[in-house]
Every structure is written in structure tokens, then in C-alpha cells.
Design a protein around this ligand. Structure first.
Ligand code: NAI
Ligand code: MG
Length: 362
């Protein structure tokens, strides 16, 4: 009998439902090709959940996620909800609680520039010739975004803003293990990012990462200060394979790495909990400027589904089949508007046609 996985499907707002539809068609074809069945339960999240159920992350949605093996998430937000108090807005009201409730402590963000798309990058062609593939592993539930004390104290001009950066040894250990394991499946090079010349959390970070490294003798470990890493990413991104970062450094460097590829609509992400549970979503947002037109690039969502198969369901062959299909379709010159550069051999297509092409290639 076919193996069954339960997937909570949270399309969200803007282009979310449009690109999610294509990712689900890709899962359909995976069901036919591989002996597996995906039991999907749809739930509201973000702005649409505010409109229909009164809050960005309703209890019913949390329950559906708890009853699932993984969450496939679209994107949330849009101008309609921007006047709400910050904590009730789609992103803050849904994403942060989801990370917290499900203990999603490891954020994996690949920045891939496909050989067929080097022209879309802001970097010089000789720097990115043949493409590159960097994976940022970002700690997601600790560090300066969460540590106490934090807040604004005092009155008027006497006010003091306080944030605290705090990391425990187990917090560093578990994210380091995720990064080393990821490196083992890639090019076996891990660069740990810190600011050990200034920050105590970074001194501890470096020491713990060194200790964890002894369990992964096949991975080459290096360390780099975050300011240098920001420069090196622009200068010569191919020097990197996996970057291991604490929360804030990873937030910044993963956006920088994404931008080097020149195509936000292409990049997936995974947020992993202890065990096999994870949440998978595009790196970009709900793209209100193009929502409803059927022209968004579904590749980020489709590659997010691929990451779900790889990391939560251990379906490596199926994930590889999706990734290869995406590459093949790009090699054929098929482009949604965001990656179309009017080059010879390119053909501009819409969301649905891109889904069709990837399904056919699988
Ligand atoms: P965005 O990522 O939605 O859009 C930035 C630019 O990239 C836009 O020009 C958009 O058209 C383009 N883009 C993004 N994804 C694309 C795709 N798949 N295909 C083609 N083009 C694509 O970021 P922005 O404009 O800053 O935010 C829009 C809304 O999304 C806001 O409400 C924001 O809060 C929300 N947001 C939600 C996130 C999430 O759900 N995780 C993450 C980032 C933003
Ligand atoms: Mg960010």
C-alpha cells in the first residue's frame, strides 16, 4: 500500500493561492510516479483568515497543522491589512506564532542561480558564470529577536531601547547539527558566521560549532565575521556552500544571497522543527503588485514542495525529480515575467503554463 503523508495546505494571500495551485499539481504527479499519497487539508492563514475567521492564525488552522506531517505555506499580507496593529497583521500575527508553536528553529534558505538565468543577477557575469548554489542555515527561534529583556523603558527623552542577544549551548548545538548534516549532502563545506571579535554570544557560538564539527570530520569548517561575509557574498559567492548563522545575521545574509540570484520568485525555504516536521514556503511575499493576474512565478512554491519531500518525508528521489524538472524547463527557455529577459530562445509564459511545463518534465 502507498505510504500516506498529511499535508496542511495554507495558501494565504495575494499570489499565494495562484502559485500553491501549481505546487499541488506537482504533488499530484509525484503521487502517480512514486508510491505515495498526500492527504491535503486546506486552512486559512494571514489576511484571508482575518477576513473569514477574525485572526491571522485561527485555532482551526493550528489544529490542522498539528494533525499534519508538514505545512505547505504560500505567503501572507497585503495593503488591505496594513492598518491593523502590528501584532495582528498577517505576517507577524501568523508567521511568528507558527515558528513558536511548532518549534521551527532551523531555517534553510537556498540561494540558487541556475546556469540558464545568470543574466538575471546583478553580479558581473564572470563572477557567476555557470551559476551558484549557496545554502543559508539560519537559527530562527533564539538570539536578539527573542531574548529577554527587551522593550523600551522610561519616559520621553529618557527612554532606552533594549534588545538582548542570548544563546545557550544546546541552541547552538542543534542548529550546528542541522548545518553540518546539510553540508554532508552538498559540497561538504561549512562556513560559520559570527562576530566573535565583539560579541560574547559569538565567542560561545564559535566554540560550540568547533566541538560539533568533530562529529563531522568529512565537512570542512571555516569561520568568518559577518561583516566580511556580507562583502564576500558579493565578491565571490561561489566560495560558499553552506553558511551557518545566528538569527539576525541569517536574516540579513539570506536576503543578500537571495538578491544576488536576481529572482525572488525562484527561491524556496524550509523551517524545521526537531524530528521531521517542517514548514515550507517561498522566500518572497504575497506580491500584491501582480496578484490576481496569473503571471506569478510558481517555481519558489514548487521548490518549497520539493524541500518538504526531501526534509520531512525523506523522499529524496522525488525531490530530485522536481528540482531536475525545474532546471530542464529553464534550460528550454521558458520564463515567467519576473525572469524573462527578452533573450533569444526565451519564451514568456504565465503561472499555469510554467506549472504545466514542470509537471510534463517530471
Ligand atoms: P514581495 O516578495 O511580495 O514582492 C517583492 C517583489 O518581488 C514584487 O515586485 C513582486 O511582484 C516580486 N515577486 C515576489 N514573488 C514573486 C513571484 N513568485 N513571481 C513573480 N514576482 C514575484 O515583497 P513585498 O512587496 O515587500 O511584500 C508584499 C507583501 O507580502 C507584504 O504585505 C509583506 O508583508 C508580505 N510578505 C510576506 C511574507 C511571507 O508570507 N512569508 C514574506 C515577505 C513579505
Ligand atoms: Mg528577512
Amino acid at each position: 500500500m502507498a505510504k500516506t503523508f498529511k499535508v496542511a495546505v495554507l495558501p494565504g494571500d495575494g499570489i499565494g493561492p495562484e502559485v500553491m495551485a501549481e505546487a499541488l499539481r506537482v504533488l499530484d504527479v509525484v503521487e502517480q510516479k512514486f508510491d505515495v499519497s498526500f492527504q491535503r487539508t486546506f486552512a486559512n492563514v494571514g489576511g484571508i483568515a482575518i477576513d473569514k475567521e477574525g485572526k491571522a492564525l485561527p485555532e482551526t488552522t493550528i489544529d490542522i497543522c498539528k494533525d499534519s506531517d508538514a505545512i505547505l505555506f504560500g505567503s501572507v499580507g497585503g495593503p488591505k491589512w496594513e492598518s491593523l496593529p502590528p501584532d495582528e497583521q498577517p505576517e507577524r500575527g501568523a508567521l511568528l506564532p507558527l515558528r513558536k508553536i511548532f518549534g521551527l528553529y532551523a531555517n534553510l534558505r537556498p540561494a540558487i542561480i541556475f546556469p540558464a538565468l545568470t543574466g538575471a543577477s546583478s553580479l558581473k557575469q564572470e563572477v557567476i558564470e555557470g551559476g551558484f548554489n549557496v545554502l543559508v542555515v539560519r537559527e530562527l527561534t533564539g538570539g536578539i529577536y527573542f531574548s529577554q529583556p527587551k522593550g523600551i523603558e522610561g519616559e520621553g527623552d529618557e527612554r532606552v531601547g533594549v534588545d538582548t542577544m542570548r544563546y545557550t549551548v544546546p541552541e547552538i548545538e542543534r542548529i550546528a547539527h542541522v548545518a553540518f548534516k546539510a553540508a554532508q549532502k552538498r559540497d561538504r563545506r561549512l562556513c560559520s558566521i559570527d562576530k566573535a571579535n565583539v560579541l560574547s554570544t559569538s565567542v560561545l557560538w564559535r566554540e560550540v560549532v568547533e566541538k560539533v564539527a568533530r562529529q563531522y570530520p568529512d565537512v570542512a569548517l571555516s569561520h568568518m565575521y559577518v561583516d566580511n561575509a556580507a562583502m564576500q557574498l558579493v565578491r565571490w559567492p561561489k566560495q560558499f556552500d553552506v553558511l551557518l548563522c545566528e538569527n539576525m545575521f541569517g536574516d540579513i545574509l539570506s536576503d543578500e544571497a537571495a538578491m544576488l540570484t536576481g529572482s525572488l520568485g525562484m527561491l524556496p525555504s524550509a523551517s524545521l522543527a526537531e524530528g521531521s516536521f517542517g514548514m515550507y514556503e517561498p522566500s518572497g511575499g504575497s506580491a500584491p503588485d501582480i496578484a490576481g493576474q496569473g503571471i506569478a512565478n510558481p517555481i519558489a512554491q514548487i521548490l518549497s514542495a520539493s524541500m518538504m519531500l526531501r526534509h520531512s518525508f525523506a523522499m529524496v528521489a522525488a525531490a530530485d525529480a522536481i528540482d531536475t524538472a525545474v532546471e530542464r524547463v529553464l534550460d528550454q527557455g521558458l520564463r515567467t515575467g519576473d525572469i524573462f529577459q527578452n533573450q533569444p530562445g526565451e519564451r514568456k509564459i504565465n503561472t499555469r503554463e510554467m506549472g504545466d511545463a514542470i509537471v510534463a518534465a517530471i
